[in-house]
Design a protein around this ligand. Structure first.
Ligand code: DX5
Ligand code: ZN
Length: 219
């Protein structure tokens, strides 16, 4: 059993020095960098865009796990691919044609993620599981860090874990939102491959990134 990977969300980082924060995360043994892109339309918050991501690219060789909470999303996929995203995750509600948007992401040789909000059923992603690389289960309603974990989202992890294992697919399950040292164990036991965490990694143990990543990793 591979150990769970950690994708720290830089939404909780110091936005005045994101480059050095990303370097610190790499030194602290993060596996990926989770970048939350918000447009103030799909979610009630605004963060960063492709220009900033392209400037951050030179600070690490870790994969950029880019979570697009923007709508409409299709026409911006190229911008994020060109900016240096490695995984481009979109919400099915943000595109008129999910298959076309999946193809668009693949056309730039990027990994494809589909994100399910707490209210969005696994039915939205089951038909395209064979086409994608990652399912991002939202365990909070998207838009802000520091929210409370919604435990029943673990049921979706279990459904997807069963389906992926049954069909021997290479899709990874990532969970995002309110992850802390207690519920990380529940998520790992439910079958996630990647944990996203912002607040817990940046705030716990006086912001000891390495220690917090290690605690999450060992579950
Ligand atoms: C919320 C974002 C999450 C969030 C996680 O919309 O998608 O990635 O930043 O932050 P915490 O771990 O603080 O809930
Ligand atoms: Zn996210």
């Amino acid at each position: 059993m591979n150990s769970v990977k950690i994708s720290p969300s830089i939404l909780s980082a110091d936005f005045s020095r994101l480059g050095s924060e990303i370097q610190s995360l790499e030194k602290a043994k993060a596996d990926l960098i989770h970048i939350d892109v918000m447009d103030g339309h799909f979610v009630p918050n605004i963060t960063i865009g492709p220009e900033v991501i392209s400037k951050l690219r030179k600070y690490t060789s870790l994969p950029f796990d880019v979570h697009l909470m923007i709508s409409p999303v299709h026409k911006f996929i190229k911008n994020f691919a060109d900016a240096g995203a490695d995984i481009i995750t979109i919400h099915p509600e943000a595109t008129d044609n999910l298959i076309e948007s999946i193809k668009e992401i693949k056309s730039y040789n990027k990994k494809v993620g589909i994100s399910l909000n707490p209210e969005t059923s696994t039915e939205k992603v089951l038909p395209v599981l064979n086409l994608i690389d990652l399912v991002l289960i939202m365990s909070v309603n998207p838009g802000f860090g520091g929210q409370k974990f919604i435990q029943n989202t673990l049921e979706k992890v279990k459904i997807l874990r069963k389906e992926i294992d049954l069909k021997k697919l290479k899709v990874q399950i990532e969970i995002d939102g309110g992850i802390n040292f207690e519920n990380a164990k529940l998520a790992i036991n439910a079958g996630v491959d990647i944990l996203v965490s912002g607040t817990t990694i940046f705030k716990e143990n006086d912001g000891n990134l390495k220690k917090n990543i290690q605690i999450l990793k060992t579950g």
